[in-house]
Design a protein around this ligand. Structure first.
Ligand code: TRP
Length: 364
């Protein structure tokens, strides 16, 4: 198993990651405070955290709290990419807090050998529209691009001065043949994570991210305490990887294995029918007799994570699939319809987002 911000390999053992990274599992007590939030938070896809209990307490005690999570714009967005933003929006809706969304066009430009500068900027624009389309609140949501909003560089510089090369190398597995952009970038992402405090003064922010991003959180928590800054340590919420349609641990960027926000109705239907890994029986008869396994069925997993917020309806799908009453083709049809409804709405909102950019994007 290998889990770093730029490489994920092997079978992921989340209990082992909790121990190795020194993070805390999300307890029932915390989950009971998240009853009205997005299924991703309620149903265990977010599985561990740092200081999120403190964030909740501060909120309850009327102290300022915020959310920050970013996007590396290396391509068009797929469902897996939405995960931290759906959670950020849900936290904004439930706790009425500010949300910061840095766009690390620099990171992807350095790390992706074949990504041109122009394409990095182009993907940023496109991805920002997808994010605005999710329905964040205009006066409480702040988006900025590293290559364009240069103020963040002045914060990154102050942070970079306090990170040694050997720290960055050990935390991120930097290699001699990597360009030097890689070694500076951690200061940039730390600046993103501390940005809410640079902007609004000392308070606790939470960072919803994939667990692979935790090295950035650790680094930033150390930096936050430095006497140059005197900030609060940011909190974090860690997500598991979202399975690809084939059932691999991580939704990769292969065109077939993921649902892109730009996929047409027909593409969605074809992909789900052809590729969505099934936990059903080999034949209809076998399925009717022995039932299916929803826990490995990708269609069920997507309904659970994203598309069936109603717990009772979800339970019925689970039970019916398990008993064999609901067939694989039928659970796939349910998912196809839900995804296409979501994407249709999304496309409309993305179109409208073009006129809303100015309400969200920070200017120097
Ligand atoms: N590095 C993240 C990724 O590749 C994107 C990102 C940029 C980010 N800045 C951030 C995530 C700040 C969390 C917080 O997906």
């Amino acid at each position: 198993m290998k889990v770093t911000p730029w490489e994920v390999e092997g079978n992921i053992d989340y209990d082992r990651l909790i121990k190795e990274f020194g993070v805390s599992p999300i307890s029932e007590k915390i989950r009971s405070r998240l009853k009205d939030t997005h299924p991703l938070l309620r149903r265990g896809i977010y599985f561990s955290h740092r200081d999120f209990d403190k964030w909740l307490n501060n909120h309850d005690n009327k102290k300022n709290v915020s959310v920050i999570t970013g996007r590396g714009p290396s391509e068009k967005m797929h469902l897996g990419h939405l995960v931290p933003f759906l959670v950020a929006k849900s936290l904004q809706d439930n706790f009425n807090c500010n949300v910061y969304i840095p766009i690390s066009d620099d990171e992807k430009f350095y790390v992706k050998e074949n990504l041109s500068f122009e394409d990095a900027i182009e993907y940023s624009r496109d991805n920002i529209l997808d994010l605005i389309a999710l329905g964040f609140k205009p006066k409480k949501t702040f988006i900025f691009e590293d290559f364009i909003y240069t103020k963040v560089y002045s914060y990154a510089g102050r942070i970079a001065k306090r990170i040694t090369y050997s720290t960055a190398k050990a935390a991120f597995g930097l290699k001699n043949e990597n360009n030097v952009g890689w070694s500076f970038y951690p200061a940039m992402q730390a600046a993103h994570i501390l940005f809410p405090q640079f902007n609004e003064g000392k308070h606790i922010s939470v960072v919803p991210v994939g667990i692979d991003q935790d090295p950035f959180i650790r680094l930033t928590r150390d930096i936050a305490m430095h006497k140059d800054f005197g900030f609060e340590k940011p909190a974090a919420l860690h997500a598991k990887f979202i399975p690809s349609l084939y059932g691999d641990p991580k939704m990769s960027s292969s065109k077939e294995g993921s649902i892109f926000l730009s996929d047409s109705k027909k593409e969605v239907e074809n992909k789900i029918k052809k590729y969505a890994f099934s936990g059903g029986g080999a034949t209809i008869n076998e399925h009717r007799e022995k039932g299916g396994n929803p826990d490995i069925d990708v269609s069920y997993q997507y309904l659970k994570m994203f598309f069936e917020p109603d717990d009772n309806k979800l339970k019925k799908i689970y039970d019916d699939y398990k008993s064999g009453k609901l067939l694989t083709s039928e659970i796939k049809d349910i998912l196809i319809e839900k995804i296409n409804k979501f994407l249709e709405e999304h496309r409309k909102n993305k179109e409208k987002a073009k006129d809303k950019m100015k309400d969200f994007i920070l200017k120097d």
